[in-house]
Design a protein around this ligand. Sequence first.
Ligand code: 5AD
Ligand code: SF4
Length: 480
Amino acid sequence: MSVIRKSEARLLSVGKPRPSRDPDVPYRVYIQTFGCQMNEYDTELVCSLLQDRGFVLTPDQDQADVVLMNTCAIREHAHTRVYSHLAEWKARKQERPVVIGVLGCMAQNLKKELMEAHPVIDVLMGPDSYRQLPDLLTNALDRRERAMAVDLSEYETYESILPERKPGVNAWIAIMRGCDNFCSFCVVPYTRGRERSRSVQSIVEETHALVGQGYKQVTLLGQNVNSYRSHDADFAKLLTEVADVPGIERVRFTSPHPKDFPPTLLDVVAHHPHVCRHVHLPLQSGNDRILDLMGRSYTRNDYRTLVNEIRRRGDVALSTDIIAGFCTETDAEFLDTYELVREVDFQSAYVFKYSERKNTIAYRKFPDDVAEAVKSERVTRLVELQRGISAGKNRELMGTEVEVLVEGNAKKSSDQWMGHTERNVTVVWDKAALPLTLGDRVTIKVDDASASTLFGTPVFPVNARARSSMDRALDYGSRG
Ligand code: 5AD
Ligand code: SF4
């Protein structure tokens, strides 16, 4: 049984009380999010918790009484960005009193060290302590108390809190938190603690509510989604139940670990009519010695076998994460990764330069001995290789028709719509070509393609998709 430990905030100092203010005027909060999708989700949770306690959100940092930074610790670059914001706020705080809160993984990882080095910070809080945030901010605002809450919990899932979501087509649902894998390069197990899952019922109920609010797609989120377990339900069961919710059109999930892919899960991904045919499958390295040092618990061949198992079941797009220049990686070992990337033929890949993280196993045990220039060169080579592969795959789609969910304005122009194919390729087209609204499904004829985007012309708003989903539903049902 897990030990339940009530997390406690530590009061670090108390200043002079603030001059009294009109208690009917709510405090305004500006929040900035760094890092991964889980952090974006946590920001939605934090917004909900704060609004429930009478704070209001503002998009204007110059109007804010409280400025929060929800931080990331995964690579050093993420830290550097926060340090530069803190320096900026140090100067601004002299002009006007504002409470500064640093939340998230960087806060959890550096704890007191961060707070002591940066007196500009009033509240420091890790990802498992957000329920205490309204109180700590109120104390900081009214009594100038500096405080820190960085206990990790074995049970906190925020299951009962409805995140304050932005209106749109996709809603994220965190189904589990934390990670027990301890890959040697990764700081997440230290910043987000042990794995814990929400109940199937709470996730399915949330999906029903999201459909009622007009969301068409949900993305199930976790550091390690396929380790999900609640009583006797595993991730395949959860995925099926969510995708069976009437009205949900697409279900995605991120990120899984290659070690947890039982055949039942592969079948759901390949055949369920509402689960997208896309798996983000972090490879990290294609060399067995490096995979072993990374503590990934699979070999190059295990990964290949899994890819074949996925592809044997159907046309499922694969994307991946790779780390270049991990401790002691030789040129020949890097080439193993390069060759495997060429062989697997990913739809897309995120390539990262290894960044040593304090407290991790690699930090304690292995030298970070690949020169920066060599790391950069390896990243560039992999990025270029993948760009060529992605461009080739996208060009093969020219002249075909793809089904897309209208998700928002294109990045470059509000005269164009943007959406994704089921296999997660971005598609852009002119709005003037056909009247559509957010959440519509449309068939796009692909006219042109780059490594990252398809460009096309809408053919008609789909109800063909309804037919194809129905056909697949029948297929799926008849497989017994
Ligand atoms: N250095 C570089 N990349 C890292 N990642 C995780 N930790 C590190 C690190 N220390 C990458 C992994 C992971 C992705 C989210 O970030 O590829 O899958
Ligand atoms: Fe980090 Fe590995 Fe857990 Fe992913 S699975 S969060 S890389 S420790």
